[in-house]
Write a protein that binds this ligand. Structure first.
Ligand code: AKB
Length: 319
């Protein structure tokens, strides 16, 4: 099957870089980006773009029919921190959008779906070190609840209707091209921007808060790899644990100081501390490594080098 791809939520942090990657792999007419606004000008100008409201079934279906879409990447979601401010909206966006895509797959329009889950499916009762693939999941955030419930629905649609849906439990994603929005792990991107602009950063998490993180290139690599894997290799039908690095704010600051020795960090934890405290410190992703060959490439110092080099170049050459 030649993929005819629709990315829903293509303007977001992962969606925008995933779209560019897919556009570099497949012919231009095979990759349709969509979002609820034209805000991301680069994305809108770099290929086919449609306004699609993920919460409106007919909006999604019209686009699927217009372009004969057979593959969807559903990247629209409200993340953990914003979700705690707007719990009902988070529930509605995260769940309705998933049902629309699952139902289009059930009805035979869509042959393959990618839907991201998150380390937010885990909660305070989950083992924090090397969190196993299958373990206690009692999420403490609305975002985490939507992701855990979503995983069950993905598994259900696979078992009952044969829907080919693939999913990853993303950790915090770090990139220099796009800013994250509304997450608890966002500090790990903001810190690099502030390091360059002000040589100091006030962190909203405490110094020893260890969380699983990943460089965007690794996240995109994992996403493409799981979608390219043979169906028989996808043995986990809910969502795969994937991991790369784990670090604390203190450790990322030390890594930045290798390049910017005068950089300083201070700590002023806010409501996001409680969310971070409910999540694992590091994840066991043996199943992803064994089933479809997942392997990360970027260490913390690699991430710091890439972030600082590229952000500095971006500041010098504003677009
Ligand atoms: C968030 O912080 O909410 C996200 C996530 C870990 O899914 N980055």
């Amino acid at each position: 099957m030649i993929p005819k791809i629709l990315i829903i939520g293509a303007g977001g942090q992962i969606g925008s870089e995933l779209t560019q990657k897919l556009r570099s792999i497949y012919p231009a007419n095979n990759v349709i980006a969509s979002d609820i606004s034209y805000n991301n000008i680069e994305l809108v100008n770099s290929g086919i773009f449609e306004i699609v409201d993920a919460q409106d079934f007919s909006s999604v279906k019209i686009c699927v029919e217009k372009y004969q879409i057979n593959t969807i990447y559903l990247m629209a979601a409200m993340l953990s921190a914003t979700g705690e401010k707007f719990p009902r909206k988070a529930w509605e966006l995260n769940m309705e959008s998933l049902f629309h895509v699952l139902d289009l797959a059930k009805e035979g329009f869509i042959k393959k779906v990618f839907w991201p889950s998150s380390i937010a499916v885990f909660g305070p009762t989950t083992p924090k070190e090397n969190t196993p693939q299958c373990t206690i999941m009692e999420p403490a955030t609305v975002y985490g609840i939507t992701k855990e419930v979503g995983e069950h629905w993905c598994e259900y649609y696979h078992k009952q209707y044969g829907v080919d849906i693939r999913s990853l439990r993303y950790p915090g994603i770090i990139s220099w091209k796009t800013m994250p929005g509304g997450g608890t792990t966002d500090y790990a991107v903001e810190i690099y921007h502030k390091a360059i602009a002000e040589k100091k950063y006030e962190c909203f998490l405490s110094e020893d808060t260890e969380l699983p993180m990943m460089f965007m290139d690794d996240a995109i690599k994992a996403t493409i790899a799981i979608m390219d894997a043979k169906p028989e290799d996808i043995k986990v039908k809910s969502s795969y644990n994937i991991s790369a690095v784990s670090f604390t704010p203190k450790q990322i600051a030390k890594s930045i100081q290798k390049y910017i020795p005068e950089f300083t960090i201070s700590y002023n934890p806010d409501f996001r501390q409680k969310i971070a405290d409910s999540w694992p410190k590091c994840i066991d992703d043996t199943r992803a490594r064994e089933d479809w060959g997942w392997k990360h490439s970027f260490s913390l110092d690699d991430i710091t080098r890439e972030m600082l080099t590229n952000l500095k170049a971006k500041v010098k050459q504003p677009v």
